[in-house]
Design a protein around this ligand. Structure first.
Ligand code: PLP
Length: 372
């Protein structure tokens, strides 16, 4: 076995320092320029990042925001989603996907996921639509696109907005179309651990709809239309120049980062395919492996063996949203979403990041094989 990794204390879930080193000089120069310019919030870097990310997705507009959570919240707000509305999403995601629905006073209505992709089970959406349903928040979980054709068909039929939660899927495509560009709007997070991560919090909403964009542009800055002139009440959800400059540098590498994640995933799948349930890559989309998530009834044994070998792993997500205390008021109970509940008991995300060496991935896969 190679010594490269055996000397390391631990294999982490991701290695942000390793990603930083090759772009270090570029980052330092950009930061120095910003600090010397004295322009720290909503300046040229934010405007350029908005244009570059819109161009990457072939959409007209992007709006830089303070976080991915804010991008979902302000998007729903701008669409006019409000108290009395019902919004469909899944219970197997990060809480922000559903939290944002509650922020605008609407009711999250959960629909179970599919066993193979952990994404929303589109065939169960229609039976959950009522006269109050106004939108669907779909989550491209772990880096793979939802079945967009089917979602958009239902949305058209019932006249619903489709908000794409792309926090885990920057660069993922569905039939060669980037996620975030197919619904009413796409919402992204630049939290440091995301595929395109800043050095702090950040987010962006993209859309072809100028009305939504203009509304969110005002919402992010207290509804300001002129100096101390406010058209409506908004928020402070501005993206800062330092984060935008870092993201612009990393954006140039995002496809290469995603490709390297995918290469690691291939190694895992080839070694683990007959041992545990590996992520399924559907033929008409490309997976950007924000997480490489295996499923096995022996999950806890695998996790323990990895820990004993100084390899990190994380359970995303140990408790589905319908069973969270925070959503108790929705009155769901155990058994309501069996696929999500089983996933919560059996999934394990293992290290996948661009700088992970293929030999390390092979080593990790062998440890998992031995554990099962
Ligand atoms: C990270 C994440 C968010 C929230 O993004 P923040 O930038 O942390 O606010 C929303 N949805 C999903 C699916 C996420 O993974």
């Amino acid at each position: 076995m190679s010594e490269i990794f055996l000397n390391k204390d631990i294999i982490p879930m991701l290695d942000l320092k390793a990603q930083y080193l090759p772009i270090k000089e570029e980052i330092k120069t950009a930061l120095k320029e910003i600090i010397e310019s004295g322009q720290f919030v909503l300046g040229q870097n934010v405007r350029s990042l908005e244009e570059e990310i819109a161009a990457y997705h072939n959409v007209h507009h992007g709006i830089g925001l303070a976080s991915g959570t804010d991008s979902l919240h302000l998007c729903l707000k701008a669409l006019g989603i409000k108290q009395g509305d019902e919004v469909i999403t899944t219970p197997f995601t990060f809480i922000a996907s559903a939290e944002s629905i509650a922020y605008v006073g609407a009711k999250p209505v959960f629909v179970d996921i599919k066993e193979d992709t952990f994404n929303i089970n589109v065939s169960k959406i229609e039976e959950n639509i009522t006269a109050k349903t106004t939108a669907i928040v779909i989550v491209h979980l772990f880096g793979q696109s939802v079945d967009m054709t089917e979602v958009l068909e239902i949305a058209n039929k019932y006249n619903l907005y489709v908000i794409e939660d792309c926090a885990q899927a920057f660069g993922a495509k569905y039939r060669n179309i980037p996620v975030g560009s197919m619904g009413s709007a796409g919402c992204f997070s630049f939290y440091p651990s995301k595929n395109l991560g800043a050095y702090g919090d950040g987010g962006m909403m993209i859309s072809n709809n100028a009305d939504i964009i203009n509304k969110v542009r005002l919402l992010r800055n207290h509804g300001t239309v002129g100096p101390y002139e406010h058209r409506f009440l908004g928020y402070n959800s501005r993206l800062d120049e330092i984060q935008a400059a870092i993201l612009r540098i990393k954006l140039k590498h995002i496809d290469e980062y995603n490709q390297k994640r995918s290469n690691i995933a291939d190694i895992y799948t080839s070694i683990l395919g007959d041992t545990v349930t590996c992520p399924v890559e559907l033929p008409d989309r490309n997976h950007v492996y924000h997480q490489y998530t295996i499923q096995s009834p022996s999950r806890d044994k695998i996790k323990e063996a990895m820990k004993n070998n100084s390899i990190s792993s994380v359970v995303y997500y140990p408790l589905p949203l319908h069973l969270q205390q925070a959503f108790k008021y929705l009155n769901y109970t155990e058994g309501d979403f069996p696929v999500s509940e089983t996933a919560a008991k059996e999934v394990l995300s293992i290290p996948v990041y661009p700088e992970l060496e293929p030999e390390q991935a092979e080593h990790i896969a062998r440890i998992i094989r031995q554990a099962v």
